[in-house]
Design a protein around this ligand. Structure first.
Ligand SMILES: [Zn+2]
Ligand SMILES: [Zn+2]
Ligand SMILES: [Zn+2]
Ligand SMILES: [Zn+2]
Length: 302
């Protein structure tokens, strides 16, 4: 019996190396669950057996709760149930019969996170897995470039290279900056006017967004910083932005927001330096036909 158990454990370990997150992994500790018992009895093929048991009879997907069955006991996945009211195997009416036994089987298993291949090696019970994946810190980030609807996702080093190569974004080293924005025709404030610069400091990357938009009916310029990483890390930094000229100075101090939060969300929450256009033109000097704003800033660790 012990030897069979050992063989089973080996099979489990070799399974957990697979990237396919849909293959369930047996709970390692709890040997009293009925599933574990049935697995030890069927030996090495146990996991494959459970996997086959959870295979939808109609499509290539595995079945997860809610699992439905027809009056004759044919089981099918939630997607297939949704697309037809008729059992694909025996053509009888499916109705609303759940297969609680199989759902319990799923609940007794543990699954690797779907981002396993990206570095997350935790195992979760089925419902915990869904919850975890929404917040898994290994899930890919969306491209922080805001103007186009860029659908590129990836980890931070990948996105930094992508910003540089595909969006021609300026990259700067250092935790202080002095940036000049020049725009002719500043009276045409449309939502699409914006710029992105990436700063490298503390071995991390920060996105400085600068853009023009209508706040209600008032044309404004806004600058804010986003952190290329998780929110809990973003909170370890502070930054200031300053615009000055003719003896006046506008200063903003804030905490960078994680790029997990969309550019638009941060903008709409007004979490940054907002300059009314009239004031921006005042800082620009000249006759108001060109916007020449100098933004200085600093990022530091709290
Ligand atoms: Zn199906
Ligand atoms: Zn049927
Ligand atoms: Zn994960
Ligand atoms: Zn992009």
């Amino acid at each position: 019996m012990a030897r069979v158990g050992a063989a089973c454990k080996e099979a489990i370990e070799s399974h957990s190396k697979f990237a396919n997150y849909e293959i369930p992994v047996m709970k390692a500790e709890n040997s009293s669950t009925p599933v574990k018992n049935s697995i030890t009895q069927c030996g090495k093929d146990g996991i494959n057996g459970v996997h086959e048991l959870l295979q939808c009879s109609t499509c290539p997907d595995s079945m997860y709760p809610p699992i439905h069955q027809c009056p004759n006991g044919h089981t099918l996945c939630a997607n297939c149930k949704r697309s037809s009211n008729c059992c694909p195997t025996c053509r009888s009416d499916i109705g609303n019969i759940r297969c609680l036994a199989l759902e319990k089987v799923v609940e007794s298993l543990e699954f690797p996170c779907r981002y396993q291949s990206l570095g997350c090696h935790d195992l979760f019970p089925y419902y915990g897995k869904l919850k975890h994946e929404k917040y898994c810190s290994f899930r890919p980030y969306n491209c922080p470039y805001a103007s186009s609807e860029c659908s590129v996702t990836g980890d931070i080093p990948f996105l930094v290279a992508h910003l540089k190569e595909d969006h021609s974004v300026d990259m700067h080293d250092g935790c202080t900056f002095n940036h000049r924005y020049v725009k002719s025709n500043p009276h045409e404030v449309e939502n699409a006017t914006w710029m992105l610069t990436v700063f490298n400091c503390f071995k991390r990357q920060f996105c400085l967004h600068f853009e023009a938009f209508l706040l209600g009916t008032a044309p404004v310029y806004m600058a804010f910083l986003r952190f290329m990483g998780e929110d809990r890390e973003a909170k370890k930094f502070n930054y200031t932005l300053e615009i000055s000229g003719f003896g006046r100075k506008l200063i903003w101090q804030g905490i960078p927001r994680s790029i997990r939060e969309s550019h638009r969300k941060v903008r709409d929450s007004q979490d940054g330096l907002i300059v009314p256009r009239s004031l921006a033109l005042y800082f620009s000097g000249g006759d108001g036909n060109e916007l020449k704003l100098r933004i200085t800033g600093r990022i530091w660790k709290v």
